[in-house]
Ligand binder design. Structure first.
Ligand code: 5GP
Ligand code: MN
Length: 330
């Protein structure tokens, strides 16, 4: 999507928002900072305009993001469908990743808006604002709010910052652009407390996360050529340490950061017997989204994920072999 198309679709979305009153905003299961930040950001802007807004997430707000102002407005989906006209999916690469409960709760909506930055998004909305050039859905929301002249209450300001900061590795990844830093500058001018919000986001982990890191380090493996590193989280470790789903968020960056490593993979046994795979590439020549897609997953070229059938002893060699092939063909 180029700039011209981006502006055109934003105007279409603006027309839908103007013409309706009742909205439900949703994002993907196992939400991260961009997923929760984006729904809070747009939700509170719409509420400041007098719209009726429901904000739901299949798994609710993870403990690590409860500090965000406005996060109490994000609930798990109600049992019965909501009386809404418009459903807005944010940061969600495929419709099923919203979760069955959220899809049911949104089932009375007659218009679907799909706003995302995943290249693998198949455009499942009636209107699709999918811009893979943007490092975070939060940046797309910010640009939309600015372009349409919508209000930016404090909840929106802080949520945009957390969405963008978490999806850019604290404004570090190559996807970060001048516009991303300008966004940060604008939010600071609007009163954002940088020190506090970064401390809340990054220096506020439960002790069990460190215990998890110790357990992961005990499973660390690296290929002979030093290019592929991985570790794994067993279901038993989750039980032993009483882990929450978001405790492992970002830990894969530790193995990605090793000198010589080009691809990092994180395997996790889920309680339903499935395996969750997180992958990171440090090399623009190695597209982990393509590998994820082979196994029914998706994401971005440099950060992608899969949920696949277990057991770990079968899933792991299959994925490692595909990653080795991607490395060899490079
Ligand atoms: P993470 O490894 O942080 O969970 O995810 C990295 C990226 O891949 C995110 O953008 C996420 O949305 C995407 N992703 C993770 N798991 C899946 C999955 O099971 N299916 C799809 N389509 N995308 C995923
Ligand atoms: Mn995102």
């Amino acid at each position: 999507m180029d700039d011209q198309e981006f502006k055109k679709v934003i105007d279409e979305i603006g027309a839908v928002i103007s013409a309706h009153q009742r909205f439900v905003l949703m994002s993907h299961v196992r939400p991260d900072g961009d997923a929760i930040g984006s729904v809070i950001a747009l939700g509170f802007s719409l509420m400041a305009m007098g719209k009726t807004v429901f904000i739901i997430n299949e798994d609710g707000v993870p403990e690590s993001l409860e500090f965000l102002k406005g996060s109490e407005k994000v609930t798990t989906p109600p049992k019965d469908p909501l009386e809404v006209e418009v459903a807005i999916a944010l940061d969600t690469a495929t419709k099923p990743r919203l979760g069955d409960g959220s899809l049911h709760a949104a089932s009375k909506a007659k218009i679907w808006l799909n706003i995302d930055h995943h290249i693998s998004n198949p455009a499942y909305g009636d209107i699709n604002l999918i811009d893979a050039r943007k490092p975070a859905t939060g940046q797309i929301i910010y640009e939309l709010i600015k372009a349409l002249g919508y209000p930016i209450p404090d909840e929106t300001r802080d949520a945009v910052y957390v969405a963008v900061s978490t999806d850019t590795g604290s404004f570090q990844y190559g996807s970060t652009t001048a516009a991303t830093y300008e966004l940060g500058a604008d939010l600071i001018r609007r009163g954002l407390n940088v020190g506090k919000i970064n401390a809340d986001t990054y220096d506020n982990h439960p002790y069990r996360r460190l215990e998890l890191m110790r357990a992961l380090l005990n499973t660390l493996q690296i290929s002979d050529d030093g290019q592929l590193a991985c570790w794994e989280l067993l279901d038993q470790t989750r039980l032993d340490l009483n882990l929450q789903p978001d405790d492992s968020e970002g830990l894969i960056d530790m193995i990605r950061s090793v000198k010589g490593v080009r691809v990092a993979a994180f395997f996790e046994e889920l309680h339903d017997g499935k395996i969750r795979v997180s992958m990171r590439s440090k090399d623009s020549g190695i597209n982990v989204c393509n590998v994820a897609t082979e196994f029914g997953g998706g994401g971005h070229a440099l950060a992608a994920g899969i949920r696949m059938a277990g057991p770990l002893s079968e899933a792991k060699p299959k994925v490692l072999s595909a990653l080795k092939q991607a490395l060899a063909s490079q």
